[in-house]
Ligand binder design. Sequence first.
Ligand code: ADP
Length: 451
Amino acid sequence: MFEKVLIANRGEIALRIARACREMGIRTVAVHSTADADAMHVRLSDESVCIGPPAALASYLNKAAILSAATITNVDAIHPGYGFLSENADFAEMVQSHGFTFIGPTAEHIRMMGDKITAKRVALAHGLKVVPGSDGPVASEADAMAIARAIGYPVLLKATAGGGGRGMKVAREDSELGEAFRLARAEAGAAFGNDELYMEKYLIHPRHIEVQILADSHGGVVHLGERDCSLQRKHQKMLEEAPSPALNAETRHDIGRIACEAIAGMGYQSVGTLEFLYENGEFYFMEMNTRLQVEHPVTEMICGVDLVREQIRVATGAPLGFTQSDIRIAGHAIECRINAENPVTFVPSPGKITGYHAPGGLGVRVDSALYSGYTVPPHYDSMIAKLIVFGNNRNECLMRVRRALVEFVIEGVETTIPLHAKLVAEPDFINGDYDIHWLEGFVSGKNGKDQ
Ligand code: ADP
């Protein structure tokens, strides 16, 4: 087992990892920017190293500074969390070549899945269906036009290096395609330094359903069921639930088995998520996330498995301590992502937390690095808390989310708590009747189904 781990992240996820480490008897090293000197993840780790100024490029994305911190604190391994360097294959390689263990998959697997065109080819080769689209990159507007006519409108242009929904544009007909192509290309170039695009058929009423995988380095692979992440705004998830209200036990079993076979075939190890669009009973592979995800707690709540602990264990080379038949999925869990944003305009609202009270009670978990007197810096993602609620069934879970949202007090900044409170009282949501476009309609005051 590792004796000391450096956590190359901040906020709630750094805290989440530090908690798992402490329970495993592993010492932790926090890294932080000058803006985060008073952050909770720094306070709750055994040691800390300042790695640079506030801008993420100079601190949390600064590979050399992080590796220096790892060297001077003499750690065994580095956990990248999510975001920042978590899916950076070069970083994973550097970590290994400096003699540390990267708590994640191999650099080859990160690279393979980071390129969305390669990822789709690999998925196809391992028995997964993919959304119909271009076979490879779309080189020009003329190419785009030919492919769009062949697969049929509407189409979606996507960045090969994509992430976070950037570099994605829809075209509904020929006349929209030129502009969509140019905009997607410009956005992809600016966001990823790589403006290569590919094209998919734009599905009209799919759900976003993802399967959580855990694999060791001895060929052991299990799935931990699915999460429904269809409630998105601007391709960003806002609320996730598990299990999906749209799947029955048989469908869950089938997609889980198919996912495990694909993962075993790829020789992948660590935690990972296969993301699918689910429409008319078909699962279309979209992409694979080769890291821990923001929404992992809903899976933990219904499976009783500590995913971070298992991720660390398999990174040491240990085999999984269980097989598929040991995994029991029971109850229902919902996660509300709470952002420091105006709940109507979504304008970020950083600033000082003047009052803070987290909800509690049976089945309620809050993953957050907030405390009263803390100042939310303006430099990073606006997510400040995750409220994760478990119930024996979906209805009990819904009742509990509602009361937990009422209890949650965050003063000094605006938050999206009021929006969540409205959402969990909405009949379509209560009925589980939503697709990936529904939330956009809901937040803009239109009926999502008419979108
Ligand atoms: P990113 O890597 O930028 O997050 P994804 O490929 O995961 O991009 O897509 C993000 C979101 O965009 C999905 O969750 C889904 O809501 C939507 N999306 C992606 N592909 C399609 C498609 N072919 N049709 C409709 N919506 C899509």
